[in-house]
Design a protein around this ligand. Structure first.
Ligand SMILES: *Cc1c(COP(=O)(O)O)cnc(C)c1O
Length: 419
């Protein structure tokens, strides 16, 4: 069973200060998880988690992760600017973008970020844009085809389609890019790949690591480049559904260590640093979207109308993603009513849940929508004139702190030209 990290009593107090809807983040959970990740990779002295800023682009969250030893992974101008403002120095910033505008490479280079090139044509684009090639550089690899892991009764445990993805370079291109970059003055090389998203499997990182470690050995031979870091990127998932098992980061770290010892260490590459760019795994479980029931509607189906909508959390509307819902204070009641839980957008996809079994819901009930800490508020938008909500941090001492105010109509109108 999925349990909220707050109680009804806590929420009743918190909602007196901050009106619903809002995203609530659990500082203790975020810190403990970040520490578990570091511990899992402590065997690798150069290990760094570059938190994927796009998952939760909030300065206070970034600062908190910085205190836990994380860097940041950026992919846009504003993410670079935010990271700079939060005090991340060049070495703590990875710039893993694609289809990149020139000005973003300029800022990334100015900040001293490690640039991860998504395409072979970007070698020339970067050289023309900057007038030089940075000494430390990374290239993104795409092996093509399908990526599958561990067949189970229900099919493949992990399945994704790199061959259909717009990211990265082919095997031939990455070798060519390394040679070109070396000729243009690069001295330290990295390899990056992101093959599958939201994986619920302790095997994903170890399998990806094997592919990249093997590639590193080959590229070193073919190009003579000095490979100093390998970036496993994001993709380690979280169990959105209550019946899914959670990943065990200690097992994952140990799996990567085994691959490292088998493939890299014997070839004299035992000094390669491992990097990760996790977003979802770092934050998703430690965020709740807190919302109140405004209306109950009974037509051909039974609807729970809440004061949040897809502007606050888009994943169900755009991917049909499952987010667990707890009706606060009714945790022990039987889930014997079937509802669609909806927001107010004039879009029938604006449903947080369809045909969800819940305890009987009443107007005024507080709902917690689980696992909204990553790719939640961040994906918000203003369609239908709906505004993005506040973000509140539940601090380790039980107090709360506003870490982003809710948008106001003035924010919405700020870009309009009236005359
Ligand atoms: C989105 C993204 C991530 C984070 O992905 P998660 O699924 O949140 O772990 C990391 N790296 C890059 C380049 C990304 O685009």
């Amino acid at each position: 069973m999925k349990k909220p990290f707050v109680t009804l009593e806590q929420l009743q107090t918190i909602t007196q200060q901050y009106p619903t809807p809002f995203h609530l983040y659990d500082e203790a959970g975020i810190r403990a998880n970040a520490r578990a990740l570091r511990a899992a990779f402590a065997w690798n002295p150069g290990f760094t988690e570059y938190f994927a800023v796009k998952a939760t682009p909030n300065p206070q969250i970034l600062k908190l992760l910085k205190e836990e030893g994380c860097g940041v992974d950026c992919s846009s101008l504003c993410e670079l600017m935010m990271s700079d403002h939060c005090g991340f120095s060049g070495g703590q910033i990875m710039f893993s973008s694609n289809d990149t505008p020139a000005e973003e490479f300029v800022l990334a280079a100015k900040l001293g970020a490690t640039i991860n090139l998504d395409d072979i044509s970007h070698v020339d684009f970067l050289r023309k844009t900057l007038g030089y090639i940075p000494k430390k550089i990374s290239c993104r690899f795409n092996p093509g085809g399908a990526f599958t892991l561990g067949e189970s009764k229900e099919g493949f445990q992990v399945m994704d389609n790199p061959g259909q993805a717009k990211y990265g370079m082919t095997r031939q291109q990455i070798a060519q890019a390394f040679k070109q970059l070396k000729e243009l003055g690069a001295e330290e090389f990295g390899i990056h790949a992101f093959l599958a998203s939201n994986t619920i499997s302790n095997e994903y990182y170890p399998a990806l690591a094997r592919i990249l470690f093997q590639l590193a050995v080959e590229l070193k031979e073919e190009t003579g480049c000095h490979i100093t870091f390998i970036n496993l990127s994001g993709g380690v998932g979280v169990p959105y559904r209550p019946e899914q098992p959670a990943n065990d980061i200690a097992v994952i770290g140990e799996g990567v260590r085994k691959a490292y010892e088998e493939i890299l260490a014997p070839t004299g590459m035992g000094d390669v640093a491992i990097c990760t760019e996790l977003g979802r795994f770092m934050l998703a479980p430690y965020g709740h979207l807190v919302t109140r029931v405004l209306h109950m509607k009974h037509i051909y189906k039974d609807y729970v109308g809440v004061d949040a909508c897809a502007s606050n959390l888009m994943r169900p509307a755009i991917y049909g993603a499952y987010h667990h819902i707890t009706v606060m204070g009714k945790e022990d009641k039987p889930c014997d009513h079937m509802y669609d839980v909806t927001g107010s957008l004039c879009e029938n996809s604006d449903k947080f849940a369809v045909d969800r079994m819940l305890p009987e819901v009443e107007v005024g009930d507080l709902l917690v929508i689980h696992d909204t800490g990553a790719h939640g508020h961040a994906m918000g938008y203003q369609y239908n004139g709906r505004l993005r909500s506040a973000e509140v941090l539940l601090c380790q001492d039980g107090s709360t702190r506003l870490i982003r105010r809710a948008e106001t109509p003035e924010d919405y109108f700020a870009t309009a030209i009236w005359e």
